[in-house]
Design a protein around this ligand. Structure first.
Ligand SMILES: [Zn+2]
Ligand SMILES: [Zn+2]
Length: 312
């Protein structure tokens, strides 16, 4: 299961209701801030998420509406929050802009917190026993734009009660069963994984795309996602402008969701030129299970089901 909270959902400039791009993805004890537009600090506080354990930041690209908030955030961390280190993942271009920003914030002296700049390539960025985070290339203005796929590893839970009842001893014998092996107990009985493992669970997939100018190259990475987050900066009536600025229309994003067979489409990066309900209507005419994210919206992404809830 992944949790997702939108902190900013506006394109290019904030509106009264929408801040600039930022979202938090959470899994177990991990927190990943995806982009950090201006105003993200207040949104972190308003959402109740706060600054705790917020030391991994993923950047989709280097445009200011996605990274300008990092200067203020780093300054707060350094002065008040006692967070000694932050890792910022992104393409070379995005990281160069962040480094230039930090020079302005902290001056020529070494910043009082350690900032690790992690230049990324497509592929796995982070992995543990329960999930994998990988980056994939996205076409937008400028080089080194990335999207991120969060994939939970599906597994069969070990049913300790059943193992106990069968007299399976703790230790290596149980490990063999969890790994899918069959064991013979001291009394000669044979126990297999189906005797002590529950049905497959987990395996949620969340695909997060920032700004993008085309969708054809995203079908494969988005395939079968339980939730696809992607921009919808324009409506089809201004498709030529979308193409000129390398952005997507709501119709294009919905077309991607349909083609990739995702379960739910969540649109963000909403322009002040439109009403959200018009963006939603255009997308839903192509892909029914669509929502337009608002600031502070919270989602729980589980395999085969996405449940919106009002509690962050
Ligand atoms: Zn943008
Ligand atoms: Zn952009």
């Amino acid at each position: 299961m992944f949790e997702l909270t939108f902190l900013g959902t506006s394109a290019s400039a904030p509106s009264v209701r929408r801040g600039l791009s930022a979202a938090m993805v959470m899994h177990k004890e991990y927190r990943f801030l995806v982009d950090c537009g201006e105003g993200t600090q207040r949104q972190l506080l308003a959402s109740g998420l706060g600054f705790r354990r917020l030391d991994r930041i993923l950047l989709t690209h280097g445009h200011l509406d996605h990274m300008l908030g990092l200067g203020g955030l780093a300054s707060t961390f350094a002065r008040w929050e006692m967070i000694p280190e932050m890792s910022i993942y992104g393409g070379d271009w995005a990281l160069q802009r962040v480094q230039a920003l930090m020079q302005v914030v902290f001056g020529p002296a070494r910043p009082p917190l350690r900032i690790r700049y992690q230049a990324i390539d497509p592929g796995v960025l982070f992995e543990d026993a329960t999930f994998q985070l990988s980056a994939f290339p996205v076409s937008h203005r400028g080089p080194g734009c990335f999207g991120y796929a969060f994939v939970e590893k599906a597994k069969r839970p070990f049913l300790a009660d059943k193992a106990q009842a069968l007299g399976v001893p703790a230790g290596p014998v149980r490990r063999r069963l969890v790994e899918g092996g069959t064991v013979t107990l001291d009394d000669g009985r044979v126990v297999g994984p189906d005797d002590v493992l529950g049905p497959l669970s987990g395996g949620a997939k969340l695909v997060f795309v920032g700004d993008a100018g085309r969708v054809d190259e995203l079908v494969e990475v988005a395939a079968g996602a339980d939730a696809l987050v992607i921009e919808a900066t324009y409506l089809n009536e201004e498709a030529d402008m979308a193409q000129q600025f390398s952005h997507l229309t709501a119709a294009q994003s919905a077309g991607l969701a349909r083609e990739a067979g995702v379960r739910q489409l969540i649109l963000t990066h909403i322009s002040r030129r439109y009403r959200a309900r018009d963006v939603l209507a255009e997308a839903q005419s192509i892909f029914e299970n669509t929502v337009v994210a608002n600031d502070l919206d919270h989602f729980r992404i589980v395999r085969e089901k996405v449940a919106a809830s009002d509690q962050p």
